[in-house]
Design a protein around this ligand. Structure first.
Ligand SMILES: [Fe+2]
Ligand SMILES: [Fe+2]
Length: 276
């Protein structure tokens, strides 16, 4: 695991960065999640690190995890700024509610809960990661290379650090194998509902804005594309869910999404740091 610092230029990027506008908007909604959840993950991981032994491999991996997430959120925040400026200001109150929830969880809930939420998020991102490299390839055809590169890099690193939150949760939660398993499931489903609600609301807002003024024909075509995408998305989530809910789930053993490691190996980052 290493930290990469790719550069992006989102100044020319349009909200409809893929020829399939509904696909672009669903990912635009998804891009709001890391802007809020990843700063929260850094805080949770820092609290957990106080309970880990410095110098151990898990402590070092937690450091790299935080540095990778820091770069992800920075780039998504930059991308999202451009999105807001394209007439989607109405996203801000939806985002504010989600950010306030995370702030409240940090202040009022146990570290165990927050670790389970963190692992829940990492498990959720697994489905997106596999889908991006495999199921979504046809939707990405003709996409703006800057946005495509943002998500490919981000999701490839999500796969790379897939075990860290899981290992930290089990090391710090103070739970045994059975209670740890049940609490991990609780965190996964809690995060799935919470993040799902937020991104669906943001996605619905973006599509509703786009559909203002559409002809009946355009609207029918847009709804049909959304439905087709929804089927692919749901299939990916359910496929991954079957893996994640198993008591024998181990992220380290997850199959690599096609092309993930080759992509990271071929990256020419402006700067890299860390090792592992
Ligand atoms: Fe990330
Ligand atoms: Fe992550």
């Amino acid at each position: 695991m290493i930290v990469r610092f790719p550069k992006f230029n989102f100044s020319q990027v349009r909200a409809h960065w893929s020829p399939n506008a509904e696909f672009a908007q669903k990912f635009n909604a998804a891009s709001l999640v890391p802007a809020h959840v990843e700063p929260y993950l850094l805080k949770v991981m820092k609290l957990a690190q106080e309970k880990l032994v410095p110098g151990t491999s898990l402590h070092r991996e937690a450091d790299i995890f935080c540095k990778q997430e820091m770069q992800h959120m920075k780039q998504h925040i930059a991308f999202n700024r451009g999105l807001h400026d394209q007439g989607y200001e109405g996203l801000k109150p939806i985002e504010a509610k989600y950010a306030a929830d995370l702030e409240r969880y940090l202040k009022t809930k146990s570290l165990r809960f927050n670790l389970a939420y963190m692992e829940g998020f990492e498990s959720i991102s697994a489905a997106g990661c596999h889908a991006w490299f495999e199921d979504y390839v046809p939707f990405r055809e003709g996409a703006d290379p800057e946005v495509d590169r943002l998500w490919t890099w981000h999701l490839a690193e999500e796969f790379e650090h897939r075990s860290v939150a899981y290992d930290v949760f089990h090391a710090v939660s103070g739970l045994g194998p059975i209670t740890g398993y049940l609490y991990r499931l609780y965190g996964y489903f809690f995060a799935l509902v919470h993040i799902g609600k937020f991104s669906r609301k943001a996605g619905a807002y973006l599509l509703a804005k786009d559909r203002e003024g559409m002809s009946e024909e355009e609207l029918a075509a847009s709804l049909a594309r959304e439905k087709a995408l929804g089927k692919v998305q749901l299939r990916g989530v359910l496929k991954m869910m079957r893996v994640i809910v198993s008591p024998f789930y181990d992220p380290a053993k997850r199959a690599e999404p096609k092309g993930q490691s080759a992509y990271l190996a071929a990256m020419t980052p402006s700067r890299v740091s860390g090792a592992g």
